[in-house]
Design a protein around this ligand. Sequence first.
Ligand SMILES: Cc1ncc(COP(=O)(O)O)c(C=O)c1O
Length: 404
Amino acid sequence: MSEFIISEEALRRNAELLQRVAHASGVHILLALKAFATTGCFPVLRSYTAGCCASGLYEALLGAHEMGGHVAVYSPAYAEGDLDRLAEIANHIDFNSLTQWERFAARCMAYPRVQSGELQFGLRVNPAFSTGETPLYDPCRPGSRLGIDITLLPETLPVGISGLHIHTLCEQGAQDLIDTFRVLEKRCASLLRDPSLRYLNLGGGHWITQPGYEVKKLVEFLYGLRERYNNVEIYLEPGEAWSIHTGVLRAQVLDVFESMGFHHVILDISVSAHTPDVLEMPYRPDVFLTEKTGASSSSLKASMPAVCLPGESYYRAGQAGDTDYTYRIGGISCLAGDVLGDYSFPRKLMVGDILMLDDMAHYTIVKTTHFNGVKHPGISLLTLDGRLTPLRCFGFKDFKNCLG
Ligand SMILES: Cc1ncc(COP(=O)(O)O)c(C=O)c1O
């Protein structure tokens, strides 16, 4: 049976680094729930994070009730009823447009938690400065609907607004943030110096836990920012950085056959339903063949997926043609494009073999569907003591309940 496995050790490794950055720079680092929201892992993350970043009411409820701490909400638009409920649990509510703020300003100012300062409001700014490469993930791409066009901002903060929010990065480095903030300082200096400004949210996309990220540069930049804007609290809300290299998806080979000039493998998962970013982005995940330790491993390359189970060793699959055993790995749905890619292995694949798709915690578990009625992978946590603790199993009822 297929299963997502998350490693507590890897989660803590990421979280410790993020906490070090927060402590050294004096900023608050939130977990963006859109990237990773497995509540069974919140007890691991709770002591490291300042709280959560939510994309709307449901994530805010999850953050407030299951994680605790600060709740920062940004949504491209709010419905009245949602805003009223958010006002009871959120600490920051950031607006995407001046029209939404103007529509709701009076309502917002009347919420009881505003007087005590527990609830503050902000505006998301679009600095129109792209540093990323993938248009799908670039909020500054031409014609973007995300954030207020920097050229249309007022000179002073509207009454009731005490925060500014930017989110422009995706899997990017410290220099990209520095360059983006420079644009902001150049083009909305008066807003950054406005005496009503209380918080600055620098969004997500900071790839802080990715090897090679310039952590020292980020800390120095953030520290300097706090000195320049000393009345302002600074927030970062990465998602990926908490959860990259922390999880895998294990899948079983159900069939191996030849057709239309290819050797095909069918797994018990669906690429479309369980790893949708592979098709959406698109990208090619690393795949590992799992062998029981003790099995003939002469041709196995020592290699490490994000999660290793005791008693197993792993072979990283190569490009098509690297060995004599190349397979087109496909999912079990009837979608023609439900294909992971072509991979080569050190031996023939057989029914029952376990393949491990690497790095499948972030933006994967949160995006799964029950498409085609494919059995949903379970979710387990590999705890520090080496125990595999099931967090959730899914069955027919879960499939049926989400269909109405
Ligand atoms: C507003 C906002 N904040 C934070 C994030 C988290 O970004 P990441 O997971 O790349 O760090 C996103 C991602 O899309 C976002 O849209």
